[in-house]
Design a protein around this ligand. Structure first.
Ligand SMILES: Cc1cc2nc3c(=O)[nH]c(=O)nc-3n(C[C@H](O)[C@H](O)[C@H](O)COP(=O)(O)OP(=O)(O)OC[C@H]3O[C@@H](n4cnc5c(N)ncnc54)[C@H](O)[C@@H]3O)c2cc1C
Length: 452
């Protein structure tokens, strides 16, 4: 079967705080061999049984090197996948990795994981910046208990409710509120699962990312993938492509919109005549069922609104819509929902802390990209979302239930209002949670725990 690597590839990130692990599943037919089998299948009538015999005799190494990396038959790279675990990277880096429409994977949840012990990355590494980060941590830590007590008074346990689940739901709500005080430099873990081609294409952009941390992740991941799958990575780099990517990413990657102050319909590019042909399909769509992709032929519409960075992290995961990466700044202020959710004395402390941190962060002698590491995730950013009616319908239904963070729900309810006004007469319907703002202890059951 040819040589296969033993063990996972583990590479430390240059900042020594995190690492990358490329998973070795130990499969007899690994991802490279799987890709080769599919490619052979497309080029001869020998059939899969014959190709399996060839694989057994000759292995997949030479094949992938020659036909995929060498000749650039990119679609062969679609046929094998890798899973990369990235640990100890900032929230900003996690978002950069996930800023890809064919990204699959999972990220640590700020709702179920206590982030007080996580490392906060400090790229400027000074006394002053360390103090900013530790002040956020102190507030996050000190707020947990009093906030949980406050929430228990506000949402007392109901008759028949399981106390354990209730307590978990209260803790989850407290994490939902206090995450706003975590700086974007707080570290998290990401699982990153894609096919070879997507990895190569995404890494091609990530290596020019404005943040050094992300460029380092891209370099380390590329080398680690090459080690695990030596015949499927290591593509030639072309100067003109590299220069072009570097130039647009440096100038245009991050989105800013200082003038944005309300929920806005940017444009409506839906073709009404065409949409008429889909009226029956739209009207008949049942609960928890997606519209067919053909609706996309009618065009797209775009929205822009302010949302705190904490909730943007959830919104960004919706890959069927096109989104920009907002620059995290203090321009649009701290989201009021978080502050209003605190008991009175904590609120006072929070107001004081935010005012003092804002000044300190503004005065840092650095660029706006690096400044993001010190800004808390409760600050609002401009979110631009463009999608067709299938993608937007899925998004607003999934993200407007009682189990979703309330700041995101609020924006989704505005989007639903706008979509109804525009397309209800065309047959567009929604299946929605009737009480999207209800505190439901069901969220206490959504944690994923190992069975003892
Ligand atoms: C309450 C809640 C808690 C969650 N907690 C976590 C968590 O802790 N950690 C975590 O990692 N995730 C979590 N998630 C899931 C994560 O956020 C999802 O990835 C996100 O909700 C996007 O939804 P989706 O993957 O279902 O679909 P989307 O990406 O929105 O896709 C919608 C549909 O379009 C299809 N599609 C996808 N991409 C494209 C494309 N490019 N073009 C056309 N169609 C496409 C999809 O197959 C799907 O059918 C949570 C989700 C919810 C609702």
């Amino acid at each position: 079967m040819g040589k296969q690597r033993k063990g996972h590839v583990i590479s430390k990130l240059p900042n020594q705080k995190g690492f990358i692990l490329v998973l070795n599943t130990g499969a007899e037919i690994d991802a490279q061999a799987e890709a080769m089998l599919q490619a052979l299948h497309s080029r001869s009538t020998g059939g899969i049984k014959h190709h399996l015999k060839v694989l057994k005799e000759k292995g997949a190494e030479g094949f992938m090197e020659r036909f995929y990396v060498g000749y650039g038959h990119k679609s062969i790279g679609d046929c094998g996948s890798a899973t990369v675990f990235v640990e100890g990277v900032s929230m900003l880096a996690a978002k950069a990795i996930q800023d890809w429409r064919l990204y699959s994977g999972q990220e640590a949840s700020t709702r179920y994981v206590d982030f007080s012990k996580q490392i906060f990355l400090d790229p400027l590494n000074s006394k002053r910046t360390n103090k900013i980060l530790e002040d956020w941590r102190e507030f996050y830590l000190d707020a947990q208990k009093p906030l949980q007590n406050h929430l228990k008074e506000k949402f007392p346990i109901q008759e028949g409710e399981n106390e354990n689940i209730y307590n978990k739901a209260i803790a989850a709500r407290a994490f939902d509120i206090t995450r706003s005080f975590l700086p974007a430099g707080a570290t998290t873990n990401v699982a990153w699962r894609m096919n070879f081609r997507q990895f190569a294409d995404e890494l091609m952009l990530l290596r020019h990312h404005p943040l050094k941390e992300v460029r380092d992740i891209a370099d380390t991941a590329e080398k680690a993938l090459f080690k695990m799958f030596p015949n499927s990575f290591g593509h030639e780099r072309f100067d003109h492509t590299e220069k072009y990517n570097e130039s647009w990413i440096n100038k245009e990657y991050y989105h800013r919109n200082k003038d944005l102050n309300k929920f806005t319909l940017l444009f409506n590019g839906i073709d009404r005549k065409l949409l008429k042909q889909h009226k029956r399909v739209m009207e008949k769509r049942p609960f928890k069922t997606e519209l067919p992709t053909m609706i996309g032929e009618c065009g797209v519409l775009g929205y822009e609104f302010l949302l705190d960075f904490g909730s943007f992290r959830d919104l960004q995961r919706h890959r069927a819509v096109v989104q920009r990466m907002p620059l995290l700044t203090q321009d649009h202020g701290f989201e009021g929902w978080y502050l209003d959710s605190l008991p009175k004395d904590l609120r006072k402390k929070a107001d004081k802390l935010i005012a003092s941190q804002e000044k300190k962060i503004m005065n840092l002698k650095t660029d706006d990209e690096t400044r993001q590491y010190y800004i808390a995730m409760g600050y609002r950013v401009p979110c631009r979302v463009i999608g067709d009616l299938k993608a937007l319908t899925y998004l607003v239904e999934l993200r407007s239930t009682r189990f979703v963070h309330p700041t995101l729900v609020a924006q989704m309810l505005d989007m639903i209002k706008s979509l109804k006004r525009l397309f209800e007469k065309d047959g567009l319907i929604f299946h929605l949670d009737e009480e999207p703002n209800r505190f439901d202890i069901g969220r206490g059951t959504h944690d994923i725990v190992e069975k003892k």
